[in-house]
Design a protein. Structure first.
Length: 273
């Protein structure tokens, strides 16, 4: 969200709470999205937090154990501290979010539900994330898609023993009507770089690993990784995952070739009105 968002948010918080959030020494309840997915009460933040407060630490352990390798012994203490942080965060920040943002996140989720019957699971995930392709695996039982605004244009992907969680971006959540420039600008910025164009041409021929792309464009692996990350976030290529959070290989996302002129035309028409 940028430094301006951070400064504005800090001003919304009590000074002692903002200071506590800066302290990275304390431990929080990790994989909380797994608990949200399992909770029978998740229609609101308060409902979920009340449920989390009621269940005993032993039940939290049982719900996390199938997916989390290391669970601390002081789970109850960590849960209580996490609850305190989340309740204050909800009170001073999250509950004050523009209602339009949450409404648009809900709208995105409903739109995806409507596509479940028409798209295969990997294609549905690709559609939501604009470029993440999770390969079907025998031990992957479930993928949880969660719309999010604060990390756009990034997706946050993780795998936990048979379940994958993907927080996919909804960049236009804060506006009444989607702006073509928001999608168009990252695309055109990527296309204005010679090395990224070379990467696209390589992937137009065949899927490639990061190492294979490095050989093709003669750059350091870290630089190639930076380029493919930008291309993936802009929706120009796919990152393929096979059961773990490391990309197995990349491929061209052909739909952007048809999408780009439509976005450009929409942008020019709107600007001319």
């Amino acid at each position: 969200m940028g430094s301006d968002w951070k400064a504005k948010t800090q001003r919304m918080l009590p000074a002692d709470f903002a200071e506590e959030l800066e302290d990275e020494r304390w431990e929080v309840l990790h994989r909380i999205v797994l608990l949200v997915a399992q909770s029978p009460e998740k229609e609101s933040v308060d409902a979920f937090l009340d449920w989390l407060e009621r269940i005993p630490p032993g039940e939290i352990y049982e719900r996390l154990a199938p997916w989390v390798e290391s669970i601390p012994l002081n789970l109850g203490e960590i849960r209580d501290h996490s609850l305190s942080l989340l309740r204050r965060w909800n009170e001073h920040y999250f509950s004050k979010l523009e209602p339009l943002i949450l409404a648009n996140l809900q709208k995105s989720a409903e739109e995806l539900k409507g596509l479940v019957s028409t798209l295969e699971p990997p294609a549905l995930i690709d559609h939501a994330t604009r470029g993440i392709w999770i390969e079907p695996m025998e031990d992957l039982q479930q993928v949880v898609l969660v719309p999010q605004y604060h990390c756009a244009f990034s997706s946050v992907l993780d795998f936990h023993r048979g379940i994958a969680t993907c927080l996919y971006p909804v960049p236009d959540a804060a506006v009444e009507q989607s702006e073509p420039l928001r999608e168009l600008l990252p695309m055109t910025q990527c296309l204005a770089d010679e090395k990224r164009l070379q990467i696209l041409r390589c992937l137009a021929t065949r899927p490639c690993t990061l190492g294979e792309l490095q050989q093709q464009v003669s750059l350091a692996k870290s630089t190639v990784h930076h380029h493919v990350t930008a291309l993936r976030r802009a929706g120009l290529i796919r990152a393929h995952y096979a059961g773990h959070p490391t990309v197995s290989y990349y491929s061209l996302r052909e739909s952007f070739v048809d999408r780009l002129p439509l976005l450009l035309r929409d942008f020019l028409v709107r600007e001319g009105d």
